[in-house]
Design a protein around this ligand. Structure first.
Ligand code: BES
Ligand code: MN
Ligand code: MN
Length: 464
C-alpha cells in the first residue's frame, strides 16, 4: 500500500492533466446535439480504463447513450467490488454566468480550495470522481497491489434518469454480480470534516400543463371573466404547501419513515453554521418545513419544488394577452419509504382535483427514482470509514444526502447488493450550477482513499 501511495504522489500531475482532457469533452446527455460528444467521452473512458489495467473493457450501446463496462478479476476467492459512476454531465447553461468556459477547464484558487479547484462542467459531478477510481486502479495495477476483483460500470445517462442502465442491469445480472457497489458521486461535509453518505432521496418529477381558452385572448376584452391559466397555475402551486411548509397533497406523508429522536440528535451534531450557509447562498433568511432543521430539511424530509414555470408573453415590452396555456416542471424529493410511482399518482389526482372548471389540467410524469439508505454497521461502511480516517486523519461522520442517484436502489433490487457512497466533492462545488468545480485536494484524496478502502474491504471479507 505504501508503494501505491508513492506511485500516486509521483504521478499526480499527470493524473490531473488527463482529467482536464476528459473534461474538455462536452458529454451533455440531455441535449441530442451532443450525442457524438457523449460517445466520444465513452471512448475516452474506455481507453483510460484499458490503460489503467482492466483486463477487458467494452462499450455497450443502448437505446440512449453507451455504457462502459470493464473488469479486472484477480481471484475467485476474493470479493468483488463494482464501481459505478457517470461520465455524462448536466447542460452548462446559463453560459454567461460562468467565469471561464465550462468545457475549457481552468484551475483557480478559492477560499475553500486554497490549493486550487478545477472549474469545468462535470469536474465534480461526476467525471472527476469517476476518474479517481480509474487512477486508483492504475496506481494499484502498476504496484501489483489490487486487493480484490474490480468491475467498473460507467454510464452516460445518469443526469437524464438512468433508464437504459436499469435494462442493462437486468440483462447483465451475472456479468455485474458483486459483493458491494462503490460510488463516488456525493459530497463530504468539508475538507476538514470527512463524511460518508448514508442515504439518498428519491425523486418524483412531473410536468404540468394548465389549459384555458383555446387561443390567446385580449386581456382587456376578456380579462376578468375568463380563467387565466397562469393565474390559476400560480394559485394551484401556492396551495400545494401550507403556511408551515407542509405539503398538502393528501397521503403525501403516509409512508414517510419518521426517524428516532436519537438519530435526529446525532444527525444535528454534524457541523452546520447557519450564517455561513446564508452567506454562501447570498440570502438573508432561510425557508422550509416548520419543526425541522436545515440538515433535516435537506436530507430526511421530502420536498416539493417548481423547477421551471412558463407561459404567455415573455418577450420585450408589454403585450396585453390572456394566455391559453401555462406550464410548470415540479420535482418532489422523496425519503424512505415513499414510492415515486405512488407519489406521482397522488400528485396527479390532487392536482386535477384542485383545478377549477375554468381550466383543464394535464400531468405528465418524467423519470423518478426510489430513495436509498445504506447501513453504517456494514463491512463496506467500516472499510470506507477506516480508509478515510487514514487519509483525512479524522473519522468520517455518517450523513444522509439530499440528492438522488436512482440506480442505487435498483442495484439493491436487481443485483441484491448494497452500495457504499464514498464521495469527495463539497456541497459548495456548484454541481449543476454555473462554475462547477472540484478541489484538486479532493481529487487526490479520492485517489489516495480508494485503494485503502478496497484493501480494508477485502481483508474484512476474508475474516468474516
Ligand atoms: N451526483 C448527483 C446526486 C448527488 C449530488 C447526491 C450531491 C448527493 C449529493 C447526481 O448526478 C444527480 O444530480 N442526480 C439527479 C438525479 C436525477 C437526474 C434523476 C438529482 O439528484 O437531481
Ligand atoms: Mn452525479
Ligand atoms: Mn448530477
Amino acid at each position: 500500500m505504501e508503494n501505491v501511495q508513492r506511485y500516486i504522489e509521483e504521478h499526480k500531475e499527470r493524473f490531473l492533466e488527463e482529467l482536464l482532457e476528459l473534461l474538455r469533452i462536452p458529454s451533455i446527455s440531455a441535449d441530442s446535439k451532443y450525442r457524438g460528444d457523449v460517445a466520444k467521452a465513452a471512448e475516452a473512458v474506455k481507453d483510460h480504463l484499458k490503460n489503467a489495467g482492466t483486463a477487458s473493457v467494452d462499450i455497450y450501446p443502448t437505446k440512449g447513450h453507451p455504457i462502459v463496462y470493464g473488469e479486472r478479476l484477480v481471484s475467485k476467492s476474493l470479493p468483488t467490488v463494482l464501481v459505478y459512476g457517470h461520465y455524462d454531465v448536466q447542460p452548462p447553461d446559463p453560459l454567461d454566468l460562468w467565469t471561464s468556459p465550462p468545457f475549457e477547464p481552468m484551475i483557480k484558487k478559492t477560499t475553500i480550495h486554497p490549493d486550487g479547484a478545477i472549474f469545468a462542467r462535470g469536474s465534480c459531478d461526476d467525471k472527476g470522481q469517476l476518474f479517481m477510481h480509474i487512477k486508483a486502479l492504475e496506481s494499484m495495477d502498476r504496484c501489483q497491489a489490487i486487493p480484490c476483483n474490480l468491475k467498473f460500470l460507467f454510464e452516460g445517462e445518469e443526469e437524464v434518469g438512468s433508464n437504459n442502465l436499469e435494462t442493462f442491469c437486468s440483462e447483465y445480472k451475472e456479468l455485474l454480480a458483486c459483493d458491494v457497489v462503490c460510488i463516488s458521486d456525493t459530497s463530504i461535509i468539508a475538507n476538514d470534516t470527512p463524511s460518508i453518505t448514508t442515504g439518498l432521496r428519491g425523486l418524483s418529477y412531473v410536468e404540468v400543463e394548465v389549459i384555458g381558452p383555446a387561443k390567446d385572448l385580449h386581456s382587456g376584452v376578456y380579462g376578468g371573466a375568463v380563467g387565466n391559466p397562469i393565474n390559476v397555475l400560480a394559485s394551484m402551486i401556492a396551495s400545494l404547501k401550507d403556511k408551515n411548509g407542509h405539503i398538502t397533497i393528501p397521503g403525501f406523508y403516509t409512508d414517510v419513515l419518521e426517524i428516532s429522536d436519537e438519530d435526529r440528535i446525532a444527525m444535528n451534531a454534524a457541523p452546520y453554521d447557519e450564517d455561513a450557509y446564508k452567506a454562501e447562498l447570498k440570502v438573508d433568511g432561510l425557508m422550509g418545513e416548520k419543526g425541522y432543521t436545515t440538515i433535516e430539511r435537506t436530507s430526511i424530509r421530502p420536498t416539493l419544488d417548481v423547477n421551471g414555470i412558463w407561459g404567455g408573453y415573455t418577450g420585450e415590452g408589454a403585450k396585453t394577452v390572456l394566455p391559453s396555456k401555462a406550464f410548470a416542471k415540479i420535482s418532489m424529493r422523496l425519503v424512505p419509504n415513499q414510492d415515486p410511482g405512488k407519489i406521482t399518482k397522488l400528485f396527479s389526482q390532487h392536482f386535477r382535483a384542485i383545478a377549477p372548471d375554468a381550466v383543464k389540467v394535464k400531468v405528465t410524469p418524467h423519470h423518478g427514482g426510489k430513495p436509498a439508505v445504506t447501513p453504517t454497521n456494514s463491512l463496506e461502511y467500516q472499510a470506507a470509514a477506516d480508509a478515510m480516517e487514514k487519509t483525512f486523519g479524522k473519522k468520517p461522520i455518517p450523513a444522509r444526502g439530499g440528492g438522488s442517484i436512482p440506480i442505487v436502489s435498483l442495484f439493491e433490487d436487481i443485483l441484491g447488493v448494497k452500495a457504499v457512497l464514498m464521495g469527495f466533492g463539497l456541497d459548495s462545488d456548484d454541481i449543476h450550477s454555473p462554475n462547477e468545480h472540484f478541489g484538486i485536494y479532493n481529487f487526490y484524496q479520492g485517489i489516495r482513499t480508494i485503494p485503502y478502502f478496497l484493501e480494508n474491504y477485502a481483508n474484512a471479507k476474508k475474516s468474516s
